[in-house]
Design a protein around this ligand. Sequence first.
Ligand code: SF4
Ligand code: FES
Length: 258
Amino acid sequence: MKLTLHVWRQKSRDARGAMERYEAPDVSEHMSFLEMLDVVNEDLINRGADPIAFEHDCREGICGSCGFMIDGVANGGMKNTSVCQLHMRHFADEDEIWIEPWRAAAFPVIKDLVVDRSAFDRVIASGGYVSVSTGSAPDGNAIPVRKESAELAMDAAACIGCGACVASCPNAAAALFTGAKIAHLGRLPQGQPERLERARVMVLQANAEGLGNCTNIGECEATCPKGIKLEVIGRMNRDFLAASWTLRPAGNTPQEAA
Ligand code: SF4
Ligand code: FES
C-alpha cells in the first residue's frame, strides 16, 4: 500500500517544531506501525536525512515506551492496542496519516515523537512501593490473598506507564495512571499499612508535576492500551480523601473541632 505521512519534526525541546510530509510508497499490510516507520527511516538515512525519532523497546505491548498520537488519537484508537501492536492492515491504500507526539505540558518533547515522561517516574518514586523489610523471598502462600483482590491488583498492575491517558485527557490528567499504581498495591494485604499515605503523596506529586485533575471525561480509559478501568480513579479519590482526614493532626477534623 501507498501512504502519505505527516509527521511532527522537532529537533530538541526548545526548537520550534512543524509537520513534515513523507511518502511511503511500499508498505506491507503485515507491518506494524513501528516497522512502517523503520522503512521510512531507512529511506531517510539512505538519502542522508535525519530519521524520525520515536521511542520503542519491547515491541510486544509490555514496556510502554512507544506511544504517540495517530490521526489525533492516542496509539491510533484501536482498543487495548499500543502503537507497536497496531498493524498497517487497519489502514487503507492511499491513506494520509498524521503522527504527533503526546501533547501535555508535563511531557515535554525531547525530539520528534519522543517525550520526557520522567514525571511518571517521580510520581511512582513518591509512594508507589511497599516499604517493609521483606528479608529473603517469602513463601508465595504465606500471606493469604483473596482471589478477587489478587485479580483486581493484577488488572491494575497491567499499567505500562505509556502516558496515553495523559495525552488523551483534555486536562492532561494522570488520574488513570496514578490510580492504577495506587490500586495495584492498595488491593493487596501487603499494601495496607501505607495505603492512605501512598495515595496522598502520589496525588500531590502528580499535581506538582503539572498533571491535571480528573473531570470524569473517560478518554483515558478509551485509549488505554492495557484496559485500565476508571474504577481505579474512584479508589484513588476515596483513599486520598480518607488520607486527608486520617493523617491530619488532631483537632483538624470537623468532628474533633466541634
Ligand atoms: S493507565 Fe493505561 S494509558 Fe495510562 S499509563 Fe497506564 S497503561 Fe498507559
Ligand atoms: S515498544 Fe514496548 S509497548 Fe510498544
